[in-house]
Design a protein around this ligand. Structure first.
Ligand SMILES: [Zn+2]
Length: 79
């Protein structure tokens, strides 16, 4: 399965929030206590990740992250 918040593949228990395989989102999208982060927190994290890994400009990275999250089940209820 993939993280319902960012789409990252969840391959091992450690990839899941708090190492809990019943959680449908990854450790990057959760606080240390296993609670899903807010939309804005996940968006900020994904934007930084895209800038770091793909060298995108901040504005481009943010638009890409917004478009990616719009397709994710965890955020699909948002306008
Ligand atoms: Zn995630």
């Amino acid at each position: 399965m993939n993280c319902t918040s960012c789409g990252m593949p969840l391959r091992t228990p450690e990839d899941h929030a708090s190492g809990d395989v019943t959680k449908e989102y990854c450790r990057h999208c959760a606080h240390p206590d296993g609670q899903l982060k807010s939309y804005d927190e996940v968006l900020a994290g994904m934007t930084a990740f895209l800038q770091r890994t793909q060298g995108l400009d901040p504005g481009v990275a943010r638009r890409t992250a917004t478009a990616t999250m719009a397709k994710m089940p965890a955020w699909s209820g948002r306008a």
